[in-house]
Design a binder for this molecule. Structure first.
Ligand code: ZN
Length: 239
């Protein structure tokens, strides 16, 4: 096989490998991002439930103050009861007492309701905090796994960079410029195999004459349709 063509195939394979590293790393980071997002959602729920609990507790305090006021009122009514002068005053006082007692009953019911509400919210809070702790534990584990994988990917990447730069040291300049011109539009498919007598860049059939030249591999052959550099893979030649 033409030496330049051999170099081009190698270079193209290195470049393709290099383009694959970044998506691989992004993919690893994305694994972690899902867990981090879940943890953030749980944290937001916890914060809003804290505010709700505060609100319930402040309502309960207000009811307690109200209850104390009503009790004082009842005491005052009891005192007034001693110096009632007539039936009319007595009835008015009884009505006042009745209303105060109703209000006390209502305030007590409200306090019970608020206590239950706070209890439920605090139970939810506890569940969410446990969930968050588990999630954060998972994040730690995944972080370690992701960091290790990324480190491996970076090692591989350094090897490919090293091999690529070694290859470029003895690379023909004209051939490199030629390759880079095609690469500008063809990206990672500047050098493509021919399979079933078709260019694997544009997927069009190539004529018998060009195909024969590709198989011979004595020269660098471009696809007559798209201009990509063509080669025949060794394994396929043997088959
Ligand atoms: Zn083509």
């Amino acid at each position: 096989m033409n030496k330049y063509l051999q170099d081009l195939i190698k270079l193209s394979k290195f470049d393709t490998a290099i383009s694959m590293f970044e998506p691989k790393i992004e993919n690893e980071k994305a694994k972690l991002a899902t867990f981090v997002e879940t943890a953030a959602t749980i944290k937001a729920s916890i914060n809003s439930i804290y505010l709700e609990v505060d609100d319930v507790k402040s309502k309960r305090t207000k009811n307690n103050i109200h209850l104390a006021e009503l009790k004082t009122k009842l005491e005052n009514i009891a005192k007034k009861n001693k110096d009632v002068h007539n039936e009319k005053e007595l009835k008015a006082l009884q009505l006042e007492e009745e209303i105060a007692k109703e209000q006390i009953a209502f305030a007590n019911e409200e306090i019970d309701r608020l206590d239950n509400l706070a209890k439920n919210k605090e139970a939810t809070l506890k569940e969410l905090q446990e969930k968050l702790a588990a999630e954060e534990e998972d994040i730690k584990e995944i972080q370690v796994a992701v960091d290790n994988t990324i480190e491996e990917i970076n090692k591989e990447r350094n090897v490919v960079y090293q091999e690529r730069s070694e290859l470029l040291e003895k690379f023909d300049n004209k051939i490199l410029t030629f390759y880079e011109k095609i690469k500008r539009w063809a990206k990672d498919s500047a050098v493509v195999p021919v399979k079933k007598q078709a260019c694997y860049g544009c997927f069009m059939k190539i004529n018998d004459k060009t195909y024969a030249e590709v198989i011979k591999a004595e020269e660098i052959i471009n696809c007559p349709h798209c201009g990509r550099i063509l080669y025949k893979e060794a394994e396929e030649l043997e088959a």
